[in-house]
Ligand binder design. Structure first.
Ligand SMILES: Cc1cc2nc3c(=O)[nH]c(=O)nc-3n(C[C@H](O)[C@H](O)[C@H](O)COP(=O)(O)OP(=O)(O)OC[C@H]3O[C@@H](n4cnc5c(N)ncnc54)[C@H](O)[C@@H]3O)c2cc1C
Ligand SMILES: *[C@@H]1O[C@H](CO)[C@@H](O)[C@H](O)[C@H]1NC(C)=O
Ligand SMILES: *[C@@H]1O[C@H](CO)[C@@H](O)[C@H](O)[C@H]1NC(C)=O
Ligand SMILES: *[C@@H]1O[C@H](CO)[C@@H](O)[C@H](O)[C@H]1NC(C)=O
Ligand SMILES: *[C@@H]1O[C@H](CO)[C@@H](O)[C@H](O)[C@H]1NC(C)=O
Ligand SMILES: *[C@@H]1O[C@H](CO)[C@@H](O)[C@H](O)[C@H]1NC(C)=O
Ligand SMILES: CC(=O)N[C@H]1CO[C@H](CO)[C@@H](O)[C@@H]1O
Length: 529
C-alpha cells in the first residue's frame, strides 16, 4: 500500500515536466550536448531553440503542414537544427541520458503531426539544414540528404538531365526523410513503382548514436526503413536513390465532369480499366464538392502520359474512348514542367517555385485512405458523392490507379505491401478554414462517417491503408510497452504480412524502444512492467 502511494507520488511529481523542471532539463541537455559536440557552445546557440526563444514559434511552425493542433501542449522542449551528423548523434545520446524522447522532422508533412508533437517530453531534430543533393548521372543515382524536399530533388535532377526523373509524390514541399521511409508515390507509379523501391543505400543513426550504411545496418534493417517507418529504427541522414528515365516530352491533361455530364458513369468505367492501361498512362481522379454550400459535385481526370500527344490520342481512343479526349485538351511539356503542372502551377512558371518550402494554402485537415480491389457499383459511388455534398467545406476523394509496374513487385519486397490486385487507392480528405476545436470535431466526425460508409466497397481483413496517409484513429501505442498484438490492429492495415517482420527487426535493432511514437513499430514481446 505504502509502496503504491510512493509510486503514485513519484509519477505525479516527475512525469509532467513543469516550467521550472523543464528549464532544469533544458540546462542539463545543453550542458550534455555542448560537452559532446564542441566544448564551446557558441555555434550551438545558433542551432538550438528553446521555448523561451523568440524564434521558437517560427521555427516550429514553418514546415508544419496541418495546423489542426494550434493550442497544443505537446510542443518540443527544445528544437535543434543540426548542421552536422555529430549534432544528431549527440542529441540522441543526451536525450537518452535525460529520459527525453527524440522526434525527427524532415518536411513536416506528417498528417498527424508526429514529427513535431508528442505527449512525452522531447527534443525535436529539424533537418532543414541537412539537405544536400548530389546527382551522379554516370551511375544514374543520387545521394540525397533527408531534410531535402521532393521539389529540390526534382529540380536538381532536371538541371542535370532532361531525361531523368524520380517516382515520388506530387507536393514539392514534402521532405525526403518521411516520404521515402513511408513509401512515396506519384504520377510515375504505374511505370516505375514507388520512391522506396528506388533506394539502394542509406545512412542511418541508431539509438546508440552510431552511423550505419546499408552494409553495417544489415539487409533486415535496410529492408525495414524502405516503407516500414524508418523513424522506428533511427534517424535517416541520407538516401542513395536510383533515378529513372523519362522521355523528353510528356503530356498532361485535366478533364472535368459534373454529375450532369456523366461523371459517375465515367468513374465507374475507369475502375475497370485504369489499372490495365499502358503503363505510360496515369489517369487519376479528384472527386470533390465545391468547398461551400453550393452542392455541386465535380470530378477531374488528372493525367500524365509519358510521351507526346500524337501517341496519346490514339491510345486514349483505344483504352478509354468514353472520356472523349481531344488534342486541344492536352499540353505537351518536359517532365519537370509536369511536376509544376501536378503541383498546381503553370508549366511556364519558373522552376524555382519547386524550391519554395512554404506552401501556399495551409489549413487544418483530416485524411484517411483505402485500397479497392473490386469496382464499386454506381449506387455505391453515388452514395459517396452524396456524403461529399453534405460537407460545407472542401471534401474530396483522390483516386490513384495502380497496376503496371506495381503488379510486378512482390508484397514483401519492401514493407510497403499494396501491390498486385489493387485497382486503385483512395485518399479521403477534408480541409477547413476556421481553426477551432468545434470545427475540428465536426469535420473529423464527418470523415469517420464517410469511412464507415465505404466499408463494404474496400479491402477487408485487413482494411488496408497507406502509411504515409497516417491516421491515428486506427489505433495508437499508449505506452512504450504496447504489445505487438495490440499494435497489430493498425500495423496490419499499413503493412499487412510485413508487420511481424518489422517488429522482429525492431526488437533486435532498438531493443530499448528508444525511437517511438504513437504508431511506431512495437517490440515483438513486451514484458509486463
Ligand atoms: C500536402 C501534402 C501532399 C502529399 N502528397 C503526397 C503524395 O503525392 N504522395 C505520397 O506518397 N504522399 C503524399 N503526402 C504524404 C507524405 O508522403 C507523408 O506525410 C510523409 O511522411 C511526409 O514526409 P515529411 O518528411 O515531409 O514529414 P515529417 O512530418 O517530417 O515526417 C513524417 C514522419 O517521418 C518521420 N521522419 C521524418 N524524417 C525522418 C528521418 N530523417 N529519419 C527518420 N524518421 C523521419 C517523422 O518523425 C514522422 O514520423 C502528402 C502530404 C501532404 C501534407
Ligand atoms: C559516380 O558513379 C561512378 C560510377 O559508379 C563512380 O565511378 C564515380 O566515382 C561516381 N562519382 C561520384 C562523384 O561519386
Ligand atoms: C478511334 O477509333 C475508331 C475505331 O477504333 C476509329 O474509327 C477512329 O478513327 C479513331 N479516332 C482517332 C482520333 O484515332
Ligand atoms: C513561397 O511561397 C509562399 C506562399 O505562396 C510565398 O508567400 C513566398 O513569397 C514564396 N517565397 C519565394 C521565395 O518565392
Ligand atoms: C487557441 O487559442 C486561441 C486564444 O486563446 C483561441 O482564440 C483559439 O480559438 C484556440 N484554437 C483552438 C484550435 O483551440
Ligand atoms: C504497460 O505499462 C503501463 C504503465 O506503465 C501499465 O499500466 C500496463 O499494464 C502495461 N501494459 C502491458 C501490456 O504490459
Ligand atoms: C560504382 C557503382 O556504384 N556502380 C553501380 C552502378 O549501378 C549499377 C546498377 O545499379 C550497380 O550494379 C553498380 O554497382
Amino acid at each position: 500500500m505504502e509502496m503504491g502511494y510512493l509510486v503514485v507520488f513519484l509519477i505525479l511529481f516527475l512525469s509532467p515536466i513543469s516550467c521550472s523542471t523543464s528549464t532544469l532539463v533544458e540546462k542539463r541537455f545543453r550542458k550534455c550536448i555542448s560537452t559532446q559536440v564542441y566544448g564551446n557552445s557558441e555555434s550551438l546557440e545558433k542551432i538550438t531553440f528553446s521555448s523561451s526563444s523568440s524564434l521558437y514559434p517560427q521555427v516550429l511552425d514553418s514546415l508544419e503542414q496541418n495546423p489542426r493542433w494550434l493550442n497544443s501542449s505537446r510542443k518540443p522542449l527544445l528544437i535543434l537544427r543540426p548542421i552536422h551528423e555529430l549534432e544528431i548523434q549527440s542529441t540522441i545520446l543526451c536525450s537518452k541520458q535525460l529520459g527525453l524522447q527524440v522526434r525527427v522532422r524532415s518536411g513536416g508533412h506528417d498528417y498527424e503531426g508526429l514529427s513535431y508533437l508528442s505527449k512525452a517530453p522531447f527534443v525535436m531534430v529539424d533537418l532543414i539544414n541537412i539537405n544536400s543533393i548530389h546527382i551522379n548521372l554516370s551511375n544514374e543515382t543520387a545521394w540525397v540528404q533527408a531534410g531535402a524536399s521532393l521539389g529540390e530533388l526534382y529540380y536538381k535532377i532536371s538541371k542535370a538531365s532532361k531525361v531523368h526523373g524520380f517516382p515520388g509524390g506530387l507536393c514539392p514541399s514534402i521532405g525526403l526523410g518521411g516520404h521515402i521511409s513511408g513509401g512515396g508515390f506519384g504520377t510515375l507509379l504505374r511505370k516505375h513503382g514507388i520512391a522506396a523501391d528506388h533506394v539502394v543505400d542509406a545512412y542511418l543513426i541508431d539509438a546508440n548514436g552510431k552511423i550505419h550504411d546499408r552494409k553495417s545496418m544489415g539487409e533486415d534493417v535496410f529492408w525495414a526503413i524502405r516503407g516500414g517507418s524508418a523513424t522506428s529504427y533511427g534517424v535517416i541522414v541520407a538516401w542513395k536513390i536510383k533515378l529513372v528515365r523519362v522521355p523528353p516530352i510528356v503530356t498532361g491533361f485535366n478533364i472535368q465532369k459534373t454529375m450532369h455530364e456523366g461523371a459517375t458513369k465515367l468513374i465507374h468505367r475507369w475502375q475497370y480499366i485504369a489499372h490495365e492501361f499502358h503503363e505510360d498512362l496515369f489517369i487519376r481522379i479528384l472527386a470533390q464538392n465545391s468547398g461551400d454550400n453550393s452542392k455541386t459535385f465535380k470530378a477531374t481526370f488528372n493525367s500524365l502520359f509519358l510521351g507526346g500527344i500524337d501517341k496519346l490520342i490514339p491510345l486514349m481512343n483505344e483504352s478509354f474512348p468514353e472520356l472523349g479526349l481531344q488534342a486541344k485538351d492536352c499540353t505537351e511539356m518536359s517532365w519537370i514542367q509536369s511536376v509544376l503542372f501536378f503541383a498546381g502551377f503553370n508549366k511556364q512558371d519558373p522552376l524555382e517555385l519547386l524550391l519554395n518550402r512554404t506552401t501556399t494554402y495551409k489549413s487544418p485537415f483530416k485524411a484517411k485512405s483505402d485500397f479497392v480491389k473490386e469496382p464499386i457499383p454506381e449506387t455505391g459511388l453515388e452514395g459517396a458523392w452524396k456524403m461529399l455534398l453534405a460537407e460545407d467545406t472542401l471534401a474530396l476523394m483522390i483516386m490513384d490507379p495502380y497496376g503496371g509496374k506495381m503488379n510486378g513487385i512482390s508484397e514483401s519486397e519492401i514493407p510497403f505491401p499494396h501491390r498486385k490486385g489493387n485497382l486503385y487507392n483512395i485518399q479521403y480528405m477534408v480541409k477547413w478554414d476556421v481553426n477551432s476545436i468545434e470545427a475540428s470535431k465536426r469535420h473529423v466526425k464527418w470523415m469517420k462517417m464517410l469511412y464507415r460508409y465505404m466499408t463494404p466497397y474496400v479491402t477487408k481483413s485487413p482494411r488496408a491503408t497507406y502509411f504515409n496517409y497516417k491516421d491515428l484513429d486506427l489505433g495508437q501505442n499508449k505506452h512504450d510497452n504496447t504489445s505487438y498484438s495490440e499494435a497489430s490492429v493498425w500495423g496490419n492495415k499499413y503493412f499487412k504480412g510485413n508487420f511481424k517482420r518489422l517488429a522482429q527487426i525492431k526488437t533486435k535493432f532498438d531493443p530499448q524502444n528508444f525511437f517511438r511514437n504513437e504508431q511506431s513499430i512495437p517490440l515483438i514481446n513486451s514484458f509486463p512492467s
